[in-house]
Design a protein around this ligand. Structure first.
Ligand SMILES: Nc1ncnc2c1ncn2[C@@H]1O[C@H](COP(=O)(O)OP(=O)(O)O)[C@@H](O)[C@H]1O
Ligand SMILES: [Mg+2]
Length: 502
């Protein structure tokens, strides 16, 4: 689609479409695309008559607006609502829903030549761009597909377009414009003008409400990254919610209970806690050496909290904490996840131990209302680095939970978990558990995978000696790494044989 200069939105039949000249061409002279339904053909006929009547006259955005609104436009207020650029998809969803429910006749007029030109409805009404041949003018509706859900779901969003509305009593115009960071326009805006008394402000407010109601981020798992593809652009991605059952997370029962109480327990007892004037907002710090399951625990929480909006701040995105918190606040219940917070926090520090972004994070946490159903989960391998910063801002993180290297019981459970469908010779697990003191959970996962590789074409059977050989290999790697890292001094937390964290 899209070679026609006009696009009839037309949620109901009998809507007048505009701007197609009698010869089937748009006022720009573009060929009209095939029209799918009879209703549209009829509308084309209606407008065709108008087109013939005005043959020779090329409509401008200004003439279209003036024709639609009638006389006296200079007295009308233009009311604007603005959102952060990444909200474009929600604004479109809200606007579409609101238009469909409004009962008004709607027609969309595409705008071309809008790039690199900041302008608003006020400019269009006064015709300042009217004689600029490259300036904004009626044309194709420019749309962009924006992510609207996991698995590549997108919604086509208007980059810049006019919606002409007629509800039978009043006529209104809505200008929707997406962000254009390259032009320095970092917000998505909706501007409304209406012949109805106070209707512009009312419409703008209703679109804002609808954008929140229809928000496609709600209940989703999102990640926020920044500035990877251009300055000022927030990269937002949807992720499929992971599936992780409780038996896939091996933690001492007291540790798991503590995590669950803070996160899931508070959600479950929300009403009673609020009634007793206890706060819902909570901060959790998971700390421990690499490979013990901090990320895995976050995954488990994300899986358990179906319906909760999860916002992960990734990479160099901690400066987007303000935006992440505003999404979290709007879409409660929600969980904000900042993984490896020490790395990000240190990132922009002027001096070692100085964490401006971490302070900003803690301040944002503090700024949320106490009764906000928002969970903050921070993870770190280096609690020692964060301790001074956290101590200086008490009360933001309610609970710090240590995830440790698995004990004998844990190693056995991990061996069993990652055995999967392998038929492991009896006794192999006992050997491995006994000989793997001080390794991480991810070490055991890798051990089973290596043992399976050693077994090769004897799979799914794995012998005791296969496991032994794999263990030798891995312990060897670990020792080598440990030697490098610690100059030969064995260190209980120094095991670096984490395949996931080189
Ligand atoms: N406690 C655990 N229970 C089950 N599997 C684990 C556990 N800890 C780690 N793993 C496995 O090891 C992988 C790496 O662990 P990860 O959670 O990334 O460690 P961390 O974030 O603490 O560095 C996980 O994807 C998971 O497969
Ligand atoms: Mg991790």
């Amino acid at each position: 689609m899209g070679s026609g200069g006009w696009f009839a939105y037309a949620p109901r039949s009998g809507v007048a479409a505009a701007g197609v000249a009698g010869d089937g061409r748009t006022p720009d002279g573009d060929l009209r695309p095939e029209l799918a339904d009879v209703g549209r053909l009829l509308r084309r006929g209606v407008r065709g008559v108008v087109g013939v009547a005005r043959a020779g006259e090329v409509p401008t955005l200004t003439s279209i607006l003036l024709e639609h609104l009638g006389p006296g436009v200079d007295a009308l207020d233009v009311v604007e609502e603005a959102w952060a650029g990444y909200e474009h998809v929600n604004v479109q969803a809200g606007l579409d829903a609101w238009l469909a429910a409004s009962g008004a006749q709607v027609e969309v007029v595409g705008i071309v030549g809008f790039q690199h030109r900041p302008f608003g409805l006020g400019d269009l009404l006064t015709g300042v761009h009217g004689h600029d041949p490259f300036g904004p003018r009626p044309g194709n509706v420019a749309r962009t597909n924006l992510p609207s859900g996991p698995d590549g779901a997108v919604r086509a969003c208007v980059r810049c377009g006019l919606y002409l509305l007629d509800d039978g009593t009043s006529r209104s115009v809505v200008l929707l414009r997406g962000a254009e960071p390259e032009t320095g326009i970092d917000q998505v805006t909706v501007q409304v003008v209406s012949t109805g008394d106070g209707l512009a402000a009312h419409t703008a407010a209703q679109v804002r409400e609808a954008a929140l109601r229809e928000n496609v981020f709600r209940g989703q798992v999102l990640s926020f990254g920044g500035e990877m593809f251009g300055r000022g652009r927030t990269v937002l991605a949807f992720h499929r919610r992971p599936e992780l059952a409780a038996d896939q997370l091996v933690l001492p029962s007291t540790t798991l209970a503590a995590v669950e109480r803070q996160v899931v327990g508070v959600a479950a007892h929300k009403e009673r806690l609020l009634a007793a004037r206890q706060h819902l907002k909570r901060g959790l710090l998971l700390y421990g050496p690499p490979g013990v399951g901090k990320t895995h625990t976050v995954r488990y929480l994300t899986a358990s909290l179906t319906g909760t909006t999860v916002i992960q701040l990734t990479g160099n995105a901690l400066h987007l904490i303000g935006e992440a918190c505003s999404v979290a606040r709007a879409l409660q219940p929600s969980m904000v996840v900042v993984e490896d917070v020490d790395l990000i926090a240190e990132d922009r520090g002027m001096h070692p131990g100085h964490h401006p972004l971490l302070f900003q994070l803690l301040n944002e946490m503090d700024g949320l209302a106490e009764d906000a159903d928002v969970i903050f989960v921070l993870t770190t391998n280096r609690a020692d680095l964060l301790e001074p910063a956290l101590a200086a801002r008490p009360g933001r993180v309610d609970q710090a939970i240590a995830l440790d290297l698995p004990d004998e019981h844990g190693r056995r459970a991990l061996f069993e978990l990652y055995r999967g469908g392998l038929e492991v010779e009896p006794g192999a697990a006992d050997d491995a558990v006994a000989r793997s003191e001080g390794v991480t959970a991810s070490f055991l996962k890798e051990l089973l995978r290596r043992a399976a590789l050693v077994a090769g074409d004897r799979l799914p059977r794995v012998s005791r000696s296969d496991v032994d050989e794999a263990l030798e290999e891995l312990l060897d790697t670990r020792n080598a790494m440990t030697r490098v890292l610690l100059g030969g001094t064995p260190h209980p937390d120094g095991d670096a044989a984490d395949p996931d964290q080189p």
